[in-house]
Design a protein around this ligand. Structure first.
Ligand code: ADP
Ligand code: ASP
Ligand code: MG
Length: 417
């Protein structure tokens, strides 16, 4: 008998028809004799009645008037509604089940309302219900402080609840069910021929998620990676096996690792590029600029420091404040709003010549100017105009042949999952 954590995202729970698919996956595992902890998100997406964004809409414009503690109480309601509705469906089908809030499930967090960190999980109560052969439905995205206050874990945090519970309960696998067929080579909303990957390492998907691939929260991957708990990202609406996320070393040692250079693409929109040029400016221009950004909590990226000045990016929402701070320092920055950061990600990129050449060639052929670039041993980033984003993603996807199915062995079969 396996212990499986299943997590269902908002679109998987949005209407009765979707919830029937959810039920199917739960019942399949129960009939296979497995124990189940089911983590749920709030129902639907923005505009749907009980989605997290819809709860936020209730206080939009007056949000600052609601203290963070009360804001988290409001946000925690979405997951609770989902959990109770799912429990109702399961009970109606004759499957004993129980709903636990994050706090009741033993998830202790710090008191950073809106972005709380999990400190520990006491799985005793969940285990008791599992021993009583109940399906345990846990509200994702939330926990409780030691003082009994409800906290939320940050947007997309139900993934984190799921892997943290998987680790605490020593689950055999954490299945993240969503509205796509696994982790794809790029966001399918932007690249029509993006292809599901059979398996990826924790590092690869962590990198993709940190660079904007919303399919799983990076924190969730970090938690699973630390404990070595396997994760599978798969579709609620099909029976495909999805993408296995596990340890690269383990796969390699069994001789079943892809020798791919590029795994996939990720992107972030709504970026502003700021350039401050040092004609006759102060010698400590760079220091002044970054101190001003840091002291106002503005996160900077794509940093290029040169003797002639600095180029860097901030989010579009931070741009007005950043520009004002630069003006107060006496600088006249060049401001380019509406940029996008595209990341080309691959565990096998290190030491592989020619990757940048492929990127430049593909973007040049498409007539897309590269505004800035940077690289690490697993990623190359390019900054482009957001108006070029769709074309750039498609061009890079084709240039690296990411749409082609690799002629490889079936990793999941060989890992035995
Ligand atoms: P859920 O509600 O299930 O948590 P999310 O909207 O948070 O779903 O995440 C799933 C979405 O992530 C997909 O619909 C897809 O558009 C997006 N996505 C972005 N990058 C990728 C990728 N590389 N692979 C798969 N999906 C991706
Ligand atoms: N419902 C929360 C959100 O929309 C958490 C989640 O979906 O993971 O951010
Ligand atoms: Mg999500």
């Amino acid at each position: 008998m396996d212990l499986i954590v299943q997590k269902f995202g908002g679109t998987s729970l949005s209407d009765d028809q979707s919830r029937r698919h959810v039920l199917r996956h739960i019942i399949r595992e129960l009939e296979a004799g497995n124990q189940l902890v089911v983590v749920v998100s709030a129902m639907g997406r923005s505009g749907d009645p009980y989605a997290t964004d819809s709860l936020l809409d209730l206080i939009r414009g007056r949000g600052d008037a609601l203290p963070p503690r009360e804001r988290d109480l409001l946000l925690s309601c979405g997951e609770l509604i989902s959990a109770a509705v799912l429990c109702n469906l399961l009970q109606a089908e004759g499957f004993p089940s129980v709903v636990l809030t994050g706090g009741q499930a033993g998830i202790r967090t710090d008191d950073h309302y809106g972005s709380a960190r999990i400190l520990e999980i006491n799985g005793e109560r969940i285990r008791k219900h599992l021993s009583a052969r109940e399906v345990v439905i846990v509200t994702g995205f939330q926990g409780m402080t030691r003082d009994g206050e409800v906290t939320t874990l940050g947007r997309g945090g139900s993934d984190t609840s799921a892997t943290a519970l998987g680790v605490a309960l020593k689950a055999n696998i954490v299945d993240i069910y969503t509205d796509v067929d696994g982790i794809l080579t790029a966001d399918p909303r932007w690249v029509s021929d993006a292809r599901p990957l059979t398996a990826v390492s924790y590092e690869e998907i962590c990198n993709m998620a940190q660079n904007g691939a919303k399919v799983i929260h990076p924190r969730a991957v970090e938690i699973a990676m630390k404990a070595g708990v396997p994760v599978r990202v798969r579709s609620t609406f099909s029976d495909s096996e999805g993408t296995l996320v596990t340890n690269a070393q383990a796969l390699r040692s069994q001789g079943i690792w892809y020798d791919r250079t590029v795994t996939g693409l990720a992107h972030v929109k709504n970026v502003t590029q700021l350039s401050v040029v040092n004609h006759d400016g102060p010698a400590d221009l760079q220091l002044r600029v970054f101190r001003a950004m840091a002291s106002h909590g503005i996160s900077v990226d794509f940093i290029n420091v040169m003797p002639t000045g600095v180029h860097y990016t901030v989010s579009d929402s931070d741009a007005p404040l950043a520009v004002r701070l630069l003006a107060e320092l006496g600088f006249e920055p060049q401001v380019r709003r509406g940029c996008a950061k595209v990341s080309v990600i691959g565990g096998g990129m290190n030491g592989e010549p020619g990757v940048m050449a492929v990127i430049v060639e593909a973007l040049t052929a498409a007539g897309i100017p590269i505004l800035q670039s940077a690289d690490s041993n697993t990623t190359i980033w390019v900054l482009i105009s957001e108006t070029d984003l769709a074309e750039a993603l498609q061009a890079l996807h084709s240039a690296f042949g990411l749409h082609l199915t690799p002629n490889r062995r079936n990793i999941e079969e060989e890992v035995g999952l």
